[in-house]
Design a protein around this ligand. Structure first.
Ligand code: S3P
Length: 168
């Protein structure tokens, strides 16, 4: 295993894969700070993710995600949950490999659909989808991104309802 104490641990995966929940538990267990990329960007910009997408667009949001990644170089070792789209930005995976251990929380499409159907409102890519559009959209986006996620060093299945079981 290549992870050393002075490096970060990155949790990557699709929206709804449990990165924030598992990441907070893992950070507590390892006694490391926990950072959530979406929360950091919201704090830094003084806007919600929905507002950033609506006012500046997705491309601008992806630039903010890359700036967030670059800022981590000077950050103390931390557990970091990154937004579901960040690993698909060119160079993002390489940057994460350079500064830490990258773990993919792998969750099946069916579980993602179950988890996300009641959480559409906070996610600009999902909030305007109708019930009939929802499943095909998630399926297409997941299949587009899985290739990036699989470049992680470790792949951990996360179908569970209790993230505690994964971190124990
Ligand atoms: C996105 C995932 C979200 C957030 C934004 C875009 C994506 O983060 O960054 O809504 O493109 O998959 P979560 O994966 O934490 O939901």
């Amino acid at each position: 295993m290549e992870w050393q104490k002075e490096k970060h641990i990155f949790l990557i995966g699709f929206m709804g894969s449990g990165k924030s929940t598992v990441g907070a538990l893992l950070a507590e267990r390892l006694k490391l700070p926990f950072i959530d990329s979406d929360k950091e960007i919201e704090k830094q910009q003084g806007k919600t993710i929905n507002e950033i997408f609506a006012q500046s667009g997705e491309v601008a949001f992806r630039e903010l995600e890359m700036e967030f990644l670059n800022r981590l170089k000077s950050q103390e070792p931390s557990v970091i949950a990154v937004g579901g789209g960040l690993p698909s930005i060119p160079r993002a995976i390489e940057l994460m490999h350079e500064s830490g251990l990258v773990i993919y929380l792998n969750t099946s499409l069916l579980t993602l659909i179950q988890r996300l159907k009641n959480e559409k409102q906070d996610r600009p890519l999902l909030r305007e989808l109708s019930d009939t559009e929802f499943h095909p959209f998630l399926e297409a986006l997941l299949s587009e991104r899985v290739h990036f996620y699989k470049q992680a060093k470790l792949i951990m299945p996360n179908e569970r309802n209790s993230p505690n079981e994964l971190v124990l």
